[in-house]
Ligand binder design. Sequence first.
Ligand code: ATP
Ligand code: MG
Length: 226
Amino acid sequence: MNSVDIGTGLFITLEGGEGSGKTTQGEMLNRYLQDLGHPVVWTKEPGGTDIGQALRKVVMSNRHRDMVPETELLIYLADRTQHVKSKIIPAIAEGKIVISDRYHDSSVAYQHFARGVPMDTLDFLFQRLAGGLVPDITFVLDISPETAMKRIEKRSISDPGSLSKFEEEARSFHRKVRQGFLDISRKAPGRVKVIPADQAPDKIFGQILDILTPLLPPTTSGDTNS
Ligand SMILES: Nc1ncnc2c1ncn2[C@@H]1O[C@H](COP(=O)(O)OP(=O)(O)OP(=O)(O)O)[C@@H](O)[C@H]1O
Ligand SMILES: [Mg+2]
């Protein structure tokens, strides 16, 4: 599927709506793979680079609720282009495993399915600017917006700064995002695996590992002790 052949590493992405558990599962996976002896880069979009951190503040801020969809898309694509070219591709070329908390499928779900930006516009910018790199495997954490919102409300008590403009979007917006991710998985079933996310974190993680383990490269150290 991937038209871009850049090296021997592995590119894993975690996708899903707000509060679906991407960061929780990504942290677990990062630790697990490092304990196995793999060189891992655990990163995120937006904000996986210094430039991306600055873009993240602009695109996710509650002060920018009036941002038009095309501006939003261009900021995400700017973040992605910097991220792919300066961090993801070099790591994969060195044989590392890259785990990204969100990537291009989020743009398809949010900016195309939920905001209505035409798919050919996304495709063109992704291919021409961001390199068109396709992940080796993508896990979509699928959960109802109602359940996710309860989690987010709970999280915001301990971490008040974690709320972005997206959490304040209408329920209908979050339903479109969810359907978008499911549509992406239907169109690319080999790459995009849907994991029901309304389960205990360990159960979700076990299902991710069942799919991921056969894809892992051999470890160089051969030492599985942490
Ligand atoms: N399987 C789970 N069951 C119950 N609660 C969970 C589960 N996974 C994560 N949580 C909790 O739900 C909240 C949201 O999880 P997390 O931050 O991992 O989601 P996220 O997809 O990264 O969200 P965001 O899109 O906002 O970054 C956190 O407080 C987390 O501790
Ligand atoms: Mg997160």
